[in-house]
Design a protein. Structure first.
Length: 306
């Protein structure tokens, strides 16, 4: 994998995990190709090779694209791990920016700005950025973890953070990063070679919570978890994650319940698990397939060793 002769910490590869993302990937490819400093490599993991295999020919026209074939239905965690392992085999020692397939980089200098910021930060850090919803608002792209029932209630309010900085006359690229407990995997940068062992997502979280779990695990090891107001990306929300199919509900419930068991006090897991059970039973007559999928996930987790 060839790259420009940049200082090691400034090298930046982009990793995107795709599942039925053929409608949004051309726009992301165009944004990456238009960057003032394009990525040294773009690793694109196809997690729907059987049902909607990606045609990567057009995407690779102006980019150092490295397609990777995943397994049908693999989750975000497995896809990211596949890309991180491919980079490790190539001896990659730079940063990796995880970007969702339905994100946009409209300014054209997002990679250059992120490189400059990363060069100022500890190489062991996990780094997230502001994420715009494309409608003038911002998503909660990071926050703090509490031990009680509302364990994610303290979320970042990026609009307020950015507004306060503008009012204070502080340039976004000069601001201190904000220390948080968790970051969104939609836009997350890390330098795997700075860790031993290299960080990996836990693939037992097949849908959601894998980014939160990684941040909490790394934070407990003393790794800085930092959020940047800039560069900000846009999250366009693709079609791959909209349909609440029984399969999706089963996978998301597995992730949710496993996260509760690993990271929350037992009483929190019991209360939230009971609430999920009651809601599922109430919905059973109207939505039997979806409800049965959630119940199956609950039984699976109950059978797993604590």
């Amino acid at each position: 994998m060839q790259s420009q002769r940049l200082p090691p910490r400034e090298r930046l590869a982009v990793v995107t995990v795709a599942y039925h993302s053929e409608s949004v990937l051309p726009a992301l490819a165009a944004d990456l190709a238009a960057q003032s400093e394009p990525p040294e490599a773009w690793l694109l993991v196809d997690n729907s090779p059987d049902s909607a295999r990606l045609d990567t020919g057009a995407l690779a026209e102006h980019l150092p694209l490295h397609p990777l074939i995943g397994h049908e239905g693999d989750g975000f965690a497995a896809g990211c791990n596949r890309a991180l392992e491919a980079l490790e085999r190539q001896g990659w020692d730079g940063w990796v920016w995880l970007l969702n397939p339905d994100t946009a980089l409209p300014r054209g200098d997002e990679l250059a700005r992120l490189r400059r910021r990363l060069d100022q930060l500890p190489p062991q850090a996990l780094v997230g950025t502001a994420v715009s919803d494309g409608l003038g608002g911002y998503e909660a792209s990071g926050g703090w973890f509490d031990a009680g029932l509302a364990f994610r209630r303290r979320r970042l309010e990026p609009a307020a953070e950015i507004g306060a900085a503008v009012a204070a006359g502080v340039a976004a690229d000069d601001e201190m990063p904000l220390a948080v407990d968790w970051l969104s995997g939609c836009s997350l940068a890390l330098r795997p070679a700075a860790h031993r062992p290299a960080p990996r997502f836990d693939e037992r979280f097949p849908l959601y919570y894998e980014d939160l779990d990684l941040c909490l695990r790394m934070g407990r090891l003393g790794v800085p978890v930092l959020w940047l107001r800039a560069p900000a990306i846009v999250h366009r929300k693709g079609t791959g994650s909209t349909a609440p199919s029984p399969r999706r509900l089963q996978l998301s419930s597995l992730s949710y319940l496993r996260f509760l068991r690993r990271n929350c006090p037992a009483w929190v897991g019991a209360v939230r698990g009971l609430r999920l059970l009651l809601l599922t039973l109430l919905r059973l007559p109207l939505h039997p397939r979806r409800s049965l999928a959630v119940l199956e996930a609950m039984l699976t987790v109950l059978r797993e060793p604590a």
